[in-house]
Design a protein around this ligand. Structure first.
Ligand code: SAJ
Length: 440
């Protein structure tokens, strides 16, 4: 193995390597703290002065990073944050954890990757490992980063610097699966790149899964999340099928889940939210379109999921109709604005679409979400209303969109208003059902 590789591996093994993390968000900050706790000196790179200052004050803004944990590594001088990318050349190993959203036309927006790559191009030096962690289309590392780093031939990959991809697998709020015990996939441009990256992650992760290329690592992440999108779409389509057949989809899914092999439970919902599942499959579809291949199943699943908010709004209108009420002027109380249970994250939340669609039909829409005190949506500022008899009495229909634990579902049951329960939470958490079942 090249001398550079051996000396960098040694630096990592002795913890003398200076580790850099670009992007101190829900992926980068926990990663930076993990490396600091493993004994490295870590330099975080942020474009937000607010975040950089908070880190240097030891103030955590990421739920998965307890304040005292951050404060202790900062006070020990193990972690600091710098604004901008000027100091990239100082680090020996750099993990890039920048956002990869979609742009307005639904295509990949790799501008954050391009921006940091341009800075790396100007600072990359012999002896550095660069690892991209951001979820992206297969080929990004080789097609965008590699050419920039080789500087038109000045530097050679695997001789001077090392380049790999390693997808993030952070599940915000998950207390069971942490950075340390969640296997980490790593794939390099060359075997020696892979080995240097493997050595780095082995200092903070119990199990590193090595693959043969950066494309294999990039695609591994896309498969993980496209798998969810496709199966959630199937659950959503089954909900529509069961509704038309007058069958309880939740009963069917519960029964299918009794199969001890060959089945994995997914549940229908009001649509797909979050910044992973609704986004990642589009990175795959987009890349394949450039190769003149249409990923029909992947795109169809995204379409089905994206249609669910409209389906929910129509079902709410049907419920009003059954009470002889037009949507226009009727009160609609949406329970839950976050994209999934027990999170305050409203990114891509289907609740936003459901609120918009019903408001467009003239409904008087209010929402209650104990974790989302206010919402800015389509130029509108909405405040979460309290869940009480008065609000429920004013609602001609209640639409449960997020099944937060901290909501008084008994109050909703007792109000006896028409309810569209997109998460089956009333049935699932019905004390009566449990009591009835127990008395049989
Ligand atoms: N959803 C359904 N039905 C399901 C599962 C989810 O409608 O059966 C909805 C959720 O309500 C949400 C959306 O899909 O609106 C996405 O939910 P998710 O459970 O996939 O959660 P995310 O978006 O937080 O996905 C993250 C991903 N983690 C990473 O990308 C590192 C995903 O790979 C994880 O599997 C997922 O967390 C997880 O399992 O919690």
């Amino acid at each position: 193995m090249a001398d550079q590789a051996q000396s960098l591996i040694r630096k990592i093994e002795t913890r003398d390597a200076l580790v850099g993390v670009v992007g101190l968000g829900y992926v980068g900050l926990p990663l930076a703290v993990e490396f600091a706790q493993a004994g490295f000196s870590v330099l975080g790179f942020e474009v937000s002065s607010k975040k950089a200052e908070a880190v240097n004050r030891g103030h955590s803004y990421v739920g998965d990073v307890p304040g005292e944990q951050l404060a202790s590594v900062v006070q020990a001088g193990r972690l600091s944050a710098t604004l901008g990318y000027e100091r990239l050349g100082e680090v020996d190993a750099l993990c890039v954890c920048v956002p990869t959203p979609l742009n307005k036309t639904g295509d990949p927006d790799v501008s954050y990757i391009i921006s940091v790559t341009e800075s790396i191009r100007m600072t990359v030096r012999p002896g550095q490992l660069i690892v991209l962690e951001s979820t992206t289309y297969p080929g990004t590392t080789r097609e965008l980063l590699l050419p920039a780093l080789t500087q038109g031939g000045r530097l050679k990959v695997a001789t001077d610097f090392f380049l790999a991809f390693s997808p993030e697998r952070v599940d915000p709020g998950n207390q069971v699966w942490t950075i340390r015990n969640t296997p980490k996939v790593v794939g390099g441009i060359t075997p020696s790149c892979t080995e240097v990256a493997r050595t780095l992650y082995a200092t903070i992760v119990d199990h590193v899964v090595v693959v043969s290329s950066t494309e294999a690592a990039e695609l591994t992440k896309l498969l993980e999340n496209t798998f969810r999108s496709v199966n959630i779409a199937l659950a959503n389509e089954m909900a529509i099928v069961c509704d038309k057949l007058g069958v309880d989809v939740w009963e069917v899914i519960a029964a299918a889940s009794s199969k001890p092999f060959g089945f994995m439970k997914f549940t229908p919902g009001p649509g797909l939210g979050g910044h992973c599942i609704p986004v990642d499959p589009h990175y795959l579809s987009w890349k394949m379109k450039t190769l003149d291949y249409k990923t029909r199943l992947v795109e169809l699943a995204s379409e089905i999921n994206a249609e669910m908010p409209r389906y929910v709004a129509e079902k709410a209108a049907d419920l009003l109709n059954q009470s002889g009420k037009p949507v226009k002027g009727s009160g609609v109380l949406v329970v839950g604005a976050a994209y999934k249970r027990d999170t305050d994250d409203t990114r891509e939340s289907p609740a936003l679409d459901i609120i918009r669609l019903l408001a467009e039909k003239g409904a008087k829409v209010t929402y209650h979400d104990p974790l989302v005190p206010s919402l800015r949506h389509e130029g509108q500022d909405l405040e979460s209303v309290s869940l009480d008899d008065q609000q429920l009495a004013a609602a001609d229909v209640v639409v449960i969109v997020t099944d937060h634990s901290d909501v008084d579902y008994d109050l909703i049951r007792r109000a006896a208003r028409p309810v569209l329960d997109t998460r089956n939470v009333l049935q699932r958490e019905a004390p009566e059902t449990a009591a009835a079942a127990a008395s049989e």
